[in-house]
Design a protein around this ligand. Sequence first.
Ligand SMILES: Nc1ncnc2c1ncn2[C@@H]1O[C@H](COP(=O)(O)OP(=O)(O)O)[C@@H](O)[C@H]1O
Ligand SMILES: [Mg+2]
Length: 268
Amino acid sequence: MTDPAAATAPGRSNDAAIALNGVDVAFRLADGGVYRAVQSATLEVADGEFVAIVGPTGCGKSTLLNIAAGLLAPAAGTVDIFGQILGTLNRQAGYLFQADALFPWKTALENVAIGLETAGMPQTEARARAKDWLTRVGLGSFGDRYPHMLSGGQRKRVGLMDEPFGPLDAQTRQIMGNLLLDLWSADRKAVLFVTHDLEEAIALSDRVVIMSAGPSARIIGDWRVKLSRPRDIAEIKLDPAFHDLHRDIWQMLKSEVIKGYQQAENRT
Ligand SMILES: Nc1ncnc2c1ncn2[C@@H]1O[C@H](COP(=O)(O)OP(=O)(O)O)[C@@H](O)[C@H]1O
Ligand SMILES: [Mg+2]
């Protein structure tokens, strides 16, 4: 944990919010074979920490989120949530699925909703605040179309987000990124955020974790982002320290992205 005060703050847990311990994931294929998607994934997300996973398309990012959510069981290894072995669904986590991101405006709302939910806000207050924010960014009229977005009054301690800004244009992505950081900093919960966008990952996160191309994708890099907070997504990208970190990480990520493309081509 980078913030020493956070470790002793009331309500904070010393146990990792998410701990993947040597996780292998294998899928049984229709032809009777097995596809080894992820191999020996070991990763800890501390309470209150914002961690991004970046990797080429098809490497296993969504798969790892499904593991953390308890929707998929590992073929080997274990998952601990706040020190407890995860056997069933992870009820501590709010999950924003990648499939939800197919409709951009729904995504915009869901990003506000999940942010509020991970901040543990009561539902009625969450609805009011979400509407405020949406109005502020010019999306107010869309709020009414999806009145059921702010679901659950349940307190979640972990946010799992699978490419939540995927279909948004660059400008809206930045607005939503800043909103997410606003919400997150108000009452820091652990976030595991999946993206294929390295810039977005660095701008948002405390740590950026890199996955190799599959099959048997591995976690091959883990960088701490030492940029100060609060951050503005657009401004932080102009910081020389941002560029240095981006250059370092991209050096590793680039070859994996190329491998990912080659494998996708070979499969078709
Ligand atoms: N249910 C499944 N059965 C077989 N293969 C799967 C299944 N789910 C995912 N995969 C494969 O596992 C790999 C990782 O998928 P995924 O986690 O969705 O990648 P990412 O989110 O990084 O794009 C891909 O090659 C994908 O085709
Ligand atoms: Mg995915």
